[in-house]
Design a protein around this ligand. Structure first.
Ligand code: ADP
Length: 467
């Protein structure tokens, strides 16, 4: 009983094996007593009435015992039932005794009263043993003045209708057995099918663990298994995605760390080979090294944010911030970077902006990521960066425009995914993290980060923050 199949089989079949025969027996008893017996008493009443009418024409049978007896015998033989006669006082007049005749029972006082007014009486004497169950009918024999002159009693054992009963019993037995066989067959089939589906789901999950794709047609499956398959499919997709993300992260990291490390190593070699003896060269090399380390900082910031964001909800340290003082401060460094690349720089900050309740450091990271992209993806010497801040109804909009390479429609759908780098990102370095983190921070502030871009024309990134 260890396998699920045998347990299912038993749970399907056991109740049926117990219930069906029980139901069959109950049905048999009900049919025999309620249906057959009722029919039998009706039949007996009809016959007794007929015999009473016959007896009314031969009133001598209540005077002459022999005539009475032959009447009872003849009519009993014709109808194949037991016929007895009673006097008008209800006392036994003629009872034809045969071996298997049921016990004679006189009409009770109440029955006698009813008979006197011409009403036929029927009774069924029920017994758990069907062979002892009898049905009988008393019919009054009335003279021309409608006075009771005698009573005709017709009796029958219920097992005299045994032939009919046997037929019904066989029918019920047969259908019970048939239902049992059908139920066992169906139960076996269902148990087998359920365990087969389970085996297939298990097999598919096993295959998944070895990196195989799911190749199952799920349309004909029971919905529970289909749901399991779908869940496994989702799991597989997520595993594949996270595997791809991991690969992209590693590739980007190697790329991002490789460049500054290479530059640092080259500078160290130069110093080892005597460059430190020339003060001007040494100073230049050290500054270069410092610059490389400085450039690694935003990368580490983004990686740290990513780690924080993924492992727990982003915690913000909000404070009301005056944008008119805060924004120009953080733009200084980026303005220099843009000017170094010979890009035009425009700042349009609406005066008297209301204070915004925000985490200023996090928001500086957002603006930094957007501006570093704008500068990075705008070709040297011929472009323009424009920073705009203004109030829009109940929101503050900070927008960063560039006239750079732009983003294709296809890339647009994914640029906010972690580690995703667009087609246009082949040459300048990056981790594909800046936008994902920027959006996460803006979302945590209850704001929105949107992008509009056209390939070859430029891009606009908009941060909306609620007031
Ligand atoms: P990264 O810049 O490190 O690749 P981001 O998450 O900052 O990563 O940006 C994702 C992608 O979006 C970039 O690879 C680039 O293709 C595109 N992108 C972002 N900002 C701009 C922009 N201002 N102009 C053109 N493309 C951009």
């Amino acid at each position: 009983m260890k396998s699920l199949r045998s347990q299912l089989l038993v749970s399907h079949i056991l109740p049926l094996v117990i219930l069906l025969p029980l139901l069959g027996l109950i049905l048999l008893y009900v049919i025999e007593t309620q249906v057959l017996l009722a029919g039998l008493t009706e039949d007996l009443a009809r016959q007794a009435t007929f015999l009473a009418e016959l007896a009314a024409e031969q009133q001598d049978i209540f005077v002459n015992r022999d005539e009475g007896e032959s009447f009872a015998r003849e009519t009993g033989a014709q109808s194949q039932r037991y016929v007895s006669l009673y006097g008008a006082d209800g006392n036994e007049w003629v009872v034809v005794v045969e071996d298997d005749a049921p016990d004679a029972a006189e009409p009770s006082a109440t029955e006698l009263e009813a008979l006197k007014v011409g009403r036929v009486q029927t009774r069924a004497v029920l017994s758990v043993d069907l062979a002892q169950t009898t049905a009988e009918a008393f019919a009054p024999v009335l003279n021309a003045q409608q006075r009771l002159i005698g009573i005709v009693r017709v009796t029958e054992h219920i097992d005299r209708v045994n032939a009919r009963l046997t037929q019904i019993r066989l029918l019920i037995l047969g259908s019970t057995l048939g239902a049992l066989v059908l139920a066992v067959g169906l139960g076996t089939y269902l148990a087998r099918r359920t365990s087969q589906w389970l085996e297939r789901v298990t097999y598919a999950i096993g295959g998944l663990a070895h990196g195989e794709p799911i190749s199952e047609a799920t349309e004909r499956m029971p919905i529970e298994f289909r749901a399991a398959f779908d869940a496994v499919g989702d799991l597989q997709t997520r595993l594949r995605e996270s595997e791809e993300t991991r690969k992209r992260l590693l590739a980007n990291l190697v790329h991002e760390l490789g460049r500054p490390l290479g530059a640092l190593q080259a500078a160290i070699h130069a110093l080892q080979q005597g460059a430190d003896r020339e003060p001007a060269l040494r100073e230049e090399l050290l500054q270069g090294m410092d610059g490389q380390v400085e450039r690694l900082k935003p990368l580490l910031d983004n990686l740290a944010s990513l780690h924080g964001g993924l492992s727990s909800a982003l915690t913000l340290h909000r404070a009301p911030t005056d944008l008119n003082t805060w924004l120009p401060q953080i733009l200084v460094g980026w303005r220099e970077a843009a000017e170094q690349k010979h890009l035009a720089w425009v700042e349009e900050i609406q005066p008297n902006l209301p204070p915004v309740n925000m985490d200023a450091n996090r928001m500086a990271q957002v603006i930094g990521n957007l501006l570093s992209n704008a500068i990075k993806y705008t070709p040297e010497g011929s472009g323009k960066i424009r920073v705009l801040a203004e109030r829009r109804d109940n929101e503050i909009l900070i927008a960063i425009h560039d006239t750079g390479v732009g983003i294709s429609q296809q890339d647009m759908e994914q640029i906010f995914d972690p580690f995703y780098r667009g087609q246009n990102a082949r040459f300048p370095q990056g981790m594909g993290l800046g936008l994902a983190i920027a959006r996460e921070i803006v979302d945590a502030h209850g704001g929105r980060l949107c992008a509009v871009s056209e390939l070859g024309t430029g891009s606009r990134f908009e941060v909306f923050l609620g007031l």
